[in-house]
Design a protein around this ligand. Structure first.
Ligand code: SF4
Length: 461
């Protein structure tokens, strides 16, 4: 998602926070999903072993990426699949466009793919006269609302059922005021059925691509990827190059982790394997870099490429739950998005690694054991060093460091602060200081800890 508003994370979070009941409901709903994840994880005695195994498999993949990608390409080609390589988002979009325009196709059905969000494929194809319909229910809702997804697994988690009812009434002709989820789902079903039956092309994402066999796996709860791919004459699968796993048996590790971490389900409803095209049909895979090679070369951040996009780090993050996915102004929101985005554009996304309490809850739930909070902390240091933090913040931090490094200055600043707090609190607590928007002014102590301690010691002597 491009940040069309030009606002930073704190500003967008402040916008989201204007509707307090929505914030509470968003927070509670995601925490409920996190609790379901905990129950599912605790039911498996081998959970920690699975996490460690998955992390090590991905470590192996990232260390031997070139070999596995080539093996995958060779096996996929043997299966009759056409493999394309895209260096960046622009090349990915051009490849997809060419595949469609060569066949004279101007309408395509798409199942959920965060990579296409990252590449802004829908906007690109629309500019070129191609109509894309998102077929995942949540994705379709946000598409009709003209918004990007706010969560990688639950794209419309920020919307209430009444709002969805209004959107469906406006675009799909459901009854005004209808907000029964069953009726709304049936409305979407009827609408999408026509789309599936009439589109000649389908695009899907890829959850796992198996180097050993050249097949790939897509996980959905709605079966929309299968429906689209099996009815269309051309199936295009877009995958980031980190989606490779070495062998088919490794699916047993990742499939057990993915949905338990995402929604607390033991398994995704559909784990669909695609290997070769049906007779008279085509399968194309577009393998995309788009900055991943650069991230691979950043030692402190390369582990972020282990991500299997389960969304657990978002569900648990207190900042994400309270600020909403759109406040991150990037395709992938939340803690992992805040690590991936600065790699693409350090200046534009310099605010994101600071959108964290560094509590470490994200790292605790990550099924592939990414050290998320440590990477967020590392990004902060890089961003400050590269000069991308706001000038006022950098100056304030330098003044703070200078003061803290001198005991004399520190004592004087403390004394001055106590006087200001006592006699002129408005100098600190005013509209210009966002810190006090939701906070009470603390009562100024009469003396510093040092003064209290010295007096106490004197008294004892
Ligand atoms: S970083 Fe970990 S927890 Fe977050 S989405 Fe990726 S795999 Fe899931």
């Amino acid at each position: 998602m491009s940040n069309v508003t030009g606002k930073s994370h704190p500003e967008l979070a402040a916008d989201f926070n204007k509707d307090e009941p929505r914030v509470d409901w968003h927070d509670e709903t995601l925490w409920w999903v996190r609790a379901k994840r905990d129950i599912a994880a605790h039911k498996l005695p081998e959970w920690e072993l699975l996490r460690e195994t998955a992390s090590q498999i991905k470590h192996n993949v990232l260390s031997n990426l070139y070999t596995y990608l080539q093996q995958f390409e060779a096996n996929a080609q043997k299966n009759g699949v056409v493999v394309h390589w895209a260096a960046d988002a622009a090349e990915h979009n051009q490849i997809v466009h060419k595949l469609l325009s060569d066949k004279g196709i101007n309408r395509m059905v798409k199942s959920k793919s965060m990579l296409t969000e990252e590449c802004h494929l829908n906007e690109y194809l629309k500019e070129h006269g191609i109509d894309v319909i998102d077929s995942d229910l949540g994705e379709r809702i946000v598409q009709l609302a003209g918004e990007p997804p706010s969560h990688i697994v639950l794209p419309c988690i920020h919307k209430k059922k009444e709002e969805i009812g209004d959107i469906f009434h406006e675009h799909l002709g459901s009854a005004k005021g209808e907000s029964d989820p069953k009726i709304l789902t049936e409305t979407a079903r009827q609408h999408l059925r026509e789309v599936f039956l009439t589109r000649r092309a389908a695009l899907t994402g890829v959850n796992f691509a198996v180097a050993e066999t050249g097949e790939f796996v897509i996980c959905t709860n709605e079966g929309n990827a299968d429906m689209g791919a099996h009815l269309a004459e051309i199936h295009i699968a877009s995958m980031g190059f980190e989606k490779i796993i070495p062998e088919r048996k490794h699916l047993g590790v990742f499939l057990r982790l993915l949905t338990r971490s995402a929604t607390g389900q033991p398994i995704t409803t559909y784990s669909s394997h695609f290997k070769k095209p049906q007779e008279g049909r085509e399968i194309h895979i577009v393998i995309v870099d788009n900055g991943r090679s650069i991230q691979l070369g950043r030692e402190d951040f390369r582990n972020s490429l282990k991500c299997i996009r389960c969304g657990a780090c978002m569900n648990t993050c207190p900042v994400y739950r309270k600020s909403g996915g759109h406040s991150y102004h990037t395709a992938i929101a939340g803690p992992i998005g805040s690590i991936l985005a600065p790699n693409l554009d350090m200046k534009k996304y310099a605010d994101l690694p600071f959108a964290s309490t560094l509590c470490g809850s994200c790292s605790n739930v990550c099924p592939v054991k990414i050290n998320i909070h440590e990477q967020l902390y590392a990004w902060r240091q890089v961003i400050v060093k590269e000069g991308y933090s706001p000038a006022s913040k950098t100056a304030a931090m330098k003044a703070m460091a200078f003061t803290l490094s001198s005991p004399v200055l520190y004592r004087s600043a403390g004394k001055m602060g106590r006087v200001v707090f006592k006699y002129a609190p408005f100098a600190v607590n005013n509209k210009l200081n966002p810190w006090y928007k939701h906070r009470e002014m603390p009562k100024a102590p009469e003396q510093s800890f040092g003064e209290w301690y010295s007096k106490r010691k004197e008294g004892q002597n």
